[in-house]
Structures are given as structure tokens and as C-alpha cells.
Design a protein around this ligand. Sequence first.
Ligand SMILES: [Zn+2]
Length: 170
Amino acid sequence: MNDVKGGQPCQPAKIEDAGVHEYGMELALEQARKAHSMGEVPVGAVIIKDGVVIGQGHNLKETLKDPTAHAEILAIREAARHQAGWRILDATMYVTLEPCPMCAGAIVMARIPRLVIGTMDPRTGACGSLWNIVCDKRLNHRVELITGIKEDECRKLLEEFFEQLRQGDT
Ligand SMILES: [Zn+2]
């Protein structure tokens, strides 16, 4: 991942935290499954601080008719309310799919220190795929990035959803 545009390669993942990250990603997957059951693209996010979930969300774009109702944005809003402040420090966000430019921007704005991603998004990903907003040295905040946690489950949930959509709509 050395050819990312506009950014620097991120720090490699620390393997010793793998168990913790799998737990966090499982919670994000639960959120994604909720989105799936509502007919929304299954993406889920949770923010954990000191072992406690302080924000969670799943994609609600269709339900809310809101182009910004991505899982990450909803989780960040909840976490900021929980913190009673816009800075979400000492926390980790777990998200099933690589954040888009809007969400990657919001993660930087919220100063979230660590981001754990399930599966990458080569179409619109902004954490290493198309751009790398979360590790861009030109910004005043950089995020520790960990990828590939429960990757298969996160990807399969999306593939399943789009497969069902194709079968149902044509
Ligand atoms: Zn997004």
C-alpha cells in the first residue's frame, strides 16, 4: 500500500491486539447486519473507549433519505454526544468497510486516534484505496490504521446484499 495518493503509508497493524480488534469488529458487524435487515447497504461502525461502546451506527441512507447518514457519521455523532465534546480522544473506531472521503474526513475532524477496517473499498475508499485522508501528512491529525480484521465476513455480507439486490430487482 505504498502507492496511496496524497498520503503516506500508515503504520502497520499491531498483531498483539488482534483479539480486541476482532471483538470490536464483531460489534460493527452486528450493526451492519441491522442495516442489511432494513434493506440498507450493510455497513456498520462502533466507537469504543476504555472497553465501552460510546457510539455506534449503521448505514441509514435510504431510511433517512440522507446522503450523509453513513454508519461512521452516525457513530461519530453519538460518540460526540456521549463525550459532550467534538473531540473523540483515546478511542478506536471499528468499521466493516473502508470509509469514503466524507467519513474519512469526519474521522480526522473528530481526532479519532485509531481506525480498524474490515474490508477495503476499491471504488470509493479514502483510507488507502483511492485516497488516504486518515494518514495524510498535510493534515494536522493522523490516524493509526489497522486493516483486514474479519475481512471475509465483512466482505461477504456486502456481496450477499448486492447479490440479493440483483436477484430481486431484475
Ligand atoms: Zn462514508
